[in-house]
Design a protein around this ligand. Structure first.
Ligand code: DHB
Length: 392
């Protein structure tokens, strides 16, 4: 039986040998790892729909190379992500890995990306630290602190004097809590309680009760894409809307994929985020129309644009390298790239490989009968505030 160390060395040398063994005639293979089953299926569905849309619009050949996407379902389980990433690199000879629906899934692949020198494109996960875990990681999604900090600054200036924070108890939730609390307090706000709810099978009711008892002006919420619907239901069951406790949060709470089912109680919720289906640019109107046409019954949410822009990043990097898939050359080509996304202007920070983007303040409204996040203020070109603070 191989010891763990021997096994790790075997995998490491296989990763080193296999990466880059593909020839220029072979297709460029992108290993797309996403939760296609389990509680985070919405993220997987949104991103795959956007990836397919991008390829439909731009073709499956770039810089003379055919592009092949190999989709794998990790069901949100880090052990599966790791196994699938290894298999994609060693056996399928993927030149890039992409997807990563949750922070623990992105983190577990980072050492493999470094070892094999394979770019890891983060299309979903949002904890600040992710990009620091490998020089081969580039992010087209967002950092949770980008939205949380902007929300704090807006709340403090808009007569929200006291708040309770309620976050999902894992890395991005901890990022949300600190990135909201520090600037909010610095601007004179008071946090009456800091609540953390488990990631798996969350029951928000007891936490909401504690929040209600503290009687804050507002409840600041971070949940990943998906459980927002349960938060809303339990918030109404506790009568918190009627008690006048405002709901604010990062835009994951009013996720455009599930918002239509929230009902009128959601009207008036204010969140900060980088993308809304209702973003009023021409580029976004074309995106929404094409997305809906290809995916009847769905509308694109913030996860989808992480996937769409991730494909743009890969296509443009391949054009710059002339179709070469050397990992270092691809990542170098990605650094500093800027373009207009359906969400607005974006850039890959050449120093951190993280995304720089606008953060919008939005209010839930009914527009032509449909619940939408309607943007009403813009914080331009926001860098990840955690890494920006570390550099000072
Ligand atoms: C993460 C996942 C989400 O679905 C989200 O909305 C924000 C962050 C994450 O795990 O990083």
């Amino acid at each position: 039986m191989l010891s763990n160390i021997t096994r790790a060395l075997c995998i490491a040398s296989a990763l080193g040998l296999m990466a880059g063994a593909a020839t220029a005639q072979d297709p460029v293979k992108i290993g797309l790892i996403l939760p296609m089953t389990g509680p985070f299926t919405s993220t997987g569905k949104q991103i795959t729909a956007a990836v397919h849309l991008y390829m439909q619009q731009h073709g499956d050949t770039v810089a003379g190379r055919k592009v092949e996407v190999i989709l794998r379902d990790d069901a949100g389980n880090p052990e599966s992500t790791k196994r699938l990433a290894q298999d994609l690199i060693v056996n399928s000879q993927a030149s890039l890995l992409a997807g990563f629906g949750l922070t623990p899934l992105a983190l577990v692949a980072a050492p493999l990306a470094t070892q094999a020198k394979v770019p890891e494109i983060i299309m979903a996960a949002g904890t600040s630290i992710i990009t620091e875990r490998s020089p081969f990681i580039v992010r087209t999604s967002f950092t949770v602190p980008q939205s949380a900090k902007v929300m704090a600054e807006w709340a403090a200036k808009n007569n929200i004097k006291t708040a309770v924070t309620m976050v999902t108890d894992y890395a991005p939730g901890h990022d949300a809590e600190s990135s909201f609390t520090e600037p909010y307090k610095a601007a004179g706000g008071q946090v009456l309680a800091a609540l953390r709810v488990p990631l798996q099978n969350p029951d928000f009711a007891p936490f909401l009760q504690r929040a209600a008892d503290a009687k804050p002006d507002a409840l600041f919420v971070f949940v990943p894409s998906g459980p927002g619907a349960i938060v809303m239901k339990q918030y109404v069951e506790r009568g918190m809307d009627k008690a006048g406790i405002k709901m604010i949060g990062t835009g994951d709470l009013t996720d455009d994929d599930i918002l239509p089912g929230y009902g009128d109680v959601a009207v008036g919720i204010i969140t900060a985020h980088f993308y809304a289906t209702a973003h009023p640019s021409a580029a976004n109107q074309a995106y929404v129309e094409a997305f809906k046409k290809g995916n009847p019954g769905m509308r694109p949410n913030f996860m989808s644009v992480g996937g769409y822009d991730g494909m743009h990043l890969i296509y443009e990097a391949l054009k710059k390298t002339g179709g070469k898939t050397d990992g270092t050359a691809l990542v170098d080509a990605m650094k500093g790239m800027r373009w207009e996304s359906p969400r607005g202007p974006i850039q890959i920070d050449p120093e951190t490989r993280d995304i720089i983007q606008n953060i919008y303040i939005r209010k839930v409204e009914r527009v032509n009968g449909e619940l939408q996040n309607v943007e009403f203020a813009t914080f331009e070109a926001v860098k990840d505030p955690v890494k920006a603070a570390e550099k000072k």
